[in-house]
Structure formats: structure tokens, C-alpha cells
Design a binder for this molecule. Sequence first.
Ligand SMILES: Cc1cn([C@H]2C[C@H](O)[C@@H](COP(=O)(O)OP(=O)(O)OP(=O)(O)O)O2)c(=O)[nH]c1=O
Length: 359
Amino acid sequence: MKALILCAGKGTRLRPLTFTIAKHLIPIANKPVIYYSLEKIKNAGIEEIGIVVNPENIKDFQKFIGNGNHFGLKVEYIIQEEPKGLAHAVWISKDFVGDEDFLMYLGDNLILDNINPFVEEFEKDTNLQASILLSPVKDPSRFGIAVVKNGEIVQVIEKPKEPPSNLAIIGLYLFRKTIFEGIKNIKPSWRGELEITDAIGYLITNDFKVKGHIIYGWWKDTGKPEDLIEANRKILDDSYIKHEIKGVSDSSSDIQGRVSIGENTEIINSTIRGPVIIGKNCVVKNSYIGPYSSIGNNVIVENCEIQNSIIMDNVKLLNLPYPIDSSLIGKHVQIVESEKKPKAMRLVIGDMGKVEIVR
Ligand SMILES: Cc1cn([C@H]2C[C@H](O)[C@@H](COP(=O)(O)OP(=O)(O)OP(=O)(O)O)O2)c(=O)[nH]c1=O
């Protein structure tokens, strides 16, 4: 079996971050989102992976993942020139997939459950032509929904106004090569995309067996800033990080709970209350770093309070009058309070940046 990870979208909901980095490479607990999927896929015994990327982001993926050697995987890149839909991404991966069965994984999805039972069940039942990972949700009208009868999917519907089921399609699918027949027989939807739900609908109407595999654990589509913050909280909570202090702290600092601090990081006169991860070569001085904070490498924090936030590499935060909470701060950002007069906010913020002052 092979795997396809789809990462060629535009990531518009995560701008401005996605102007410079694909959303799949944004760190959660200091590890790019896509690394979590690579681990899950490897754990399920799949070693050949095709990553569908766009012409703009392929170099970044190559930098972070290379040929997969480092992860014990064999990784190839497949370029999708335009995001013409999930089924289109699968179609252009036809040569990579060949005659093999394959797992299709939406690259911005994070799940905590092990996917091995999902894969094993599919491998055992050779009559099955597709299996889709489903999860019960409270607000089904926001999702693609599957209607399941006796374990088989009898209908898939995109964002139904009156949902006939609460089982959301969450972004992991298993297919055999029959899916290509399905894709060949569909037309672009009203939004101009080749929809994978239409290709699955084709399989169902043509009496191919399609199953739903339900999971009950936590999962998230990390498409929006608040999703990344929640995912960061969940991953830090879920013991993904060990208590490990490689840097140094002085006697007036207080480190509580599960905290990971990287090499050459100095904690000076500060309180760190875990779960927290702080990368390498950082300085945290006269500050409070509260639960669910992930701080990258080469970050300087002085006279600040931070909690429940993702702060990426090379950020500088100095003398801030308000705590930073539920925030997502990209690489090389500087937020600094200075004594200069007259009082003012002097901002240099890229397109679609967002500053919210909560008083
Ligand atoms: C539509 C599409 C998505 N994808 C990937 C990107 C994501 O990892 C996943 C889900 O895509 P989406 O989140 O639906 O789309 P997007 O990544 O473009 O984000 P936004 O809506 O904020 O603009 O599928 C492709 O690889 N090719 C495609 O044609």
C-alpha cells in the first residue's frame, strides 16, 4: 500500500502565514503539522508516500522532508499546478499510485487515534473498494457527511442543510484503483473542483462496496488560526512532549509542570508553567510563559506574559503591556514596547495581518 498526502491548496484562511509557508509546515508543539501524519502513516506500515504540492511550496516541503530517508520513508513529490480539487489531486497521482491500494490523507488533518485498525480492516476485506474515516460531530452541516447502513456508506453529501447523519468525513480515505474509474466519470462541481465525494458517490451508485470506519478520538482540520491553537493545546496536553530541560535557568526562575526547554536557552527571573515547549537558543527574561505555549528557536521574550499561543522561530517580544493569549505569531515578527514619545502604535504589518487589542 502507498499513501498520498494532499498539500497543494492555497491555505487562504491562514493568511498571512501561508504567504511564506505552507500550512502543513506550521509548527505545533514545535513540529510541523505534516510530521504528525508522516508518523501515523509510517506506524501503519506504509513507507512509500507521494506528497501533492503546488509549484510555489514544493521547495519548502523538500527542505523539511527531503526524500523521506530521515523518517525511514520513501517520499516523492507530485506537483498540482492549480488546486482543482481533491479528486484532481488523486488523478494526477495516477502514475505514482500505479496498481496499488492507497491511503489518501489531507495534509492539514491531525488525528490522535492510531490509524492501523482502519488500514488493517481495509486490507482484510478485498471486496471493499473504499473506506472512509468518519467521526461523529455536533454540527454536521459544516462538514461532508456520510450516511452509513450496516457499516456500508450509502450516501455522501457535502455540507447538508438538513443533515441525515452526524458522521463527518474527516480527511483520511483508503482506495483501490477503482477510484480512478470514479474520477474519470465525474464533472467539476459548482465551485469548479473535481470533488472526491462525487467520485465516491460514483462508486456507491455503481454498487462498489464503500465502508465507513468511525473513530471517537480527537481530530482537527488545521485550516484556521484557532484550529492550530486548539491543536497545539491538545498535542501539548497529550504527553507528546517530555519534561526535559536542556537549557539553563537561574535561581529566581520557577519551572512547573511538564516543560521542554531546548539547548542554549536561558530562563532568567521567569516563571514557566507547563505544558510548555521552548526551542533552542532562546532568552526568556522577567517573563511568564503559561500553559499551552509553544515557542520556537532563537526567540527573545523579555517582560512579557504568554499563554496558549504558538510563537515561531526568531521572534522578539519585549516589554508588552498586555499578556499574549491565543495567538499565532509567525517567524521574525517583532512586538516591542519602547519609551519613545509621542505615544503611538507604530506598525509594520504584512498583507492580511491581524492585531487585536482586547481591553
Ligand atoms: C482543493 C485542494 C486541496 N488540497 C489539499 C490542501 C489541504 O491540505 C487539503 C484541504 O484543502 P482545503 O483546506 O479545503 O483548501 P486549502 O488548503 O486551499 O485552504 P483554504 O480553504 O484556506 O484556501 O487538501 C490539494 O492538495 N489540492 C486541491 O486541489
